[in-house]
Design a protein around this ligand. Structure first.
Ligand SMILES: *[C@@H]1O[C@H](CO)[C@@H](O)[C@H](O)[C@H]1NC(C)=O
Length: 266
C-alpha cells in the first residue's frame, strides 16, 4: 500500500517532523486570495479583536492568502473598553487602527478600502464589531434605514455580482442585508434567552435585518449558515455575549471561513 508519506521527498519529511501541523493542514496559499475588510481595532469602536484574528488564523490554517483593507478616514469615536464609554479628545483613523491587526508588515498587508478590486480576490470577509455600525454604515444612527460607506457598498455589490463569496461575522450581516436583495443570514438567536454560557443582547439587529428584507436563521455561535444561492456565509460570533467560552466563536468563524473558501474555489 502506498501511503502519502512515501510520496514526500526527504527534505519535506525533515520539515514535516519539525512542523507537522502546518504542513499537513496548510496549503501554502493555494486556497485562494481573500480580502478581509476591517473597521478599526476593538469591539466597541472597530473590528472585534477575536473575530479579526480568528478569521485570519483560519484563512492561514486552511491555506488561503489574504490582504487587509479599511477605510482611510476618522473613526466616529474612540471607546474606553473598560468603562464602555467614549473617550473625549481622542481622534483616530480607521485604517491606522485596523493596521494593528497586520503583524509588523505595515503597508504590505494593510490597504485603503478604495483600492479593493473584486478582480484581484476570490472572496471577501467582514469580521464584526461596532466599527460595522459606526463607520462602515450609519446603523447606530439610522437603524434599518442606514447608509453604507460608499466603498463598502461597492465591494459588497461587486463580489455579489461576480458570484464570489462574502463572509460575515456577528453584526456584519447588517451591511449585506442593507444592499443585497433577499439574502439569508444568521445573527444567532432571535430572543435574548440565556443560553448555557452566555446571552444574546443584540436581538434588535435580527429584527432590523428582517425589516431590511433578509431572511434570518437561528444558529449557535459555533455554527455558520450558508446562503448557497447568494454565496453569503454568516456566523453569530459575539452577537452571543459570553464571559469566557471564546472557543465556540473560534469554531463558528472556522466554519464560516471554510465555507467561504469552498465557494471561492467553485
Ligand atoms: C464614520 O465616522 C465619521 C466620523 O464621525 C462620520 O463622518 C461618517 O459619517 C461615519 N461613516 C458612516 C458611514 O456613517
Amino acid at each position: 500500500m502506498l501511503s502519502s508519506r512515501t510520496l514526500l521527498n526527504k527534505q519535506t519529511l525533515t520539515l514535516l517532523s519539525r512542523q507537522p501541523v502546518a504542513l499537513v493542514h496548510g496549503d501554502h496559499g493555494n486556497g485562494g486570495n481573500i480580502a478581509v475588510v476591517l473597521s478599526g481595532c476593538g469591539w466597541w469602536d472597530g473590528t472585534d479583536v477575536h473575530e479579526g484574528v480568528y478569521t485570519m488564523y483560519h484563512l492561514s490554517r486552511n491555506g488561503a492568502r489574504f490582504q487587509m483593507f479599511a477605510p482611510n478616514q476618522q473613526q466616529m469615536n474612540v471607546m474606553d473598553h473598560m468603562k464602555k464609554q467614549p473617550m473625549s479628545g481622542d481622534n483616530r483613523n480607521v485604517m491606522l487602527e485596523s493596521s494593528r491587526f497586520s503583524h509588523g508588515q505595515g503597508q504590505m498587508q494593510m490597504h485603503d478600502l478604495n483600492k479593493l478590486d473584486v478582480n484581484s480576490f476570490d472572496g471577501v470577509i467582514f469580521p464584526g464589531g461596532h466599527g460595522i455600525v459606526k463607520n462602515l454604515s450609519s446603523f447606530v444612527k439610522d437603524g434599518k434605514d442606514c447608509k453604507l460607506h460608499g466603498d463598502v457598498e461597492r465591494v459588497l455589490k461587486d463580489f455579489h455580482r461576480s458570484r464570489k463569496p462574502i463572509g460575515l461575522s456577528s453584526m456584519a450581516p447588517v451591511l449585506a442585508c442593507r444592499v443585497l436583495p433577499s439574502i439569508e443570514v444568521t445573527m444567532g438567536h432571535e430572543r435574548d434567552e440565556n443560553s448555557r454560557w452566555g446571552n444574546w443582547p443584540y436581538t434588535n439587529m435580527v429584527q432590523a435585518v428582517k425589516n431590511m428584507g433578509a431572511r434570518h436563521h437561528v444558529h449557535e455561535p459555533f455554527e455558520a449558515f450558508v446562503d448557497e444561492k447568494n454565496k453569503v456565509v454568516s456566523t453569530p460570533s459575539f452577537m452571543w455575549e459570553t464571559e469566557f467560552h471564546y472557543h465556540y466563536i473560534f469554531d463558528g468563524i472556522g466554519n464560516m471561513v471554510k465555507h467561504v473558501m469552498r465557494l471561492a474555489n467553485k
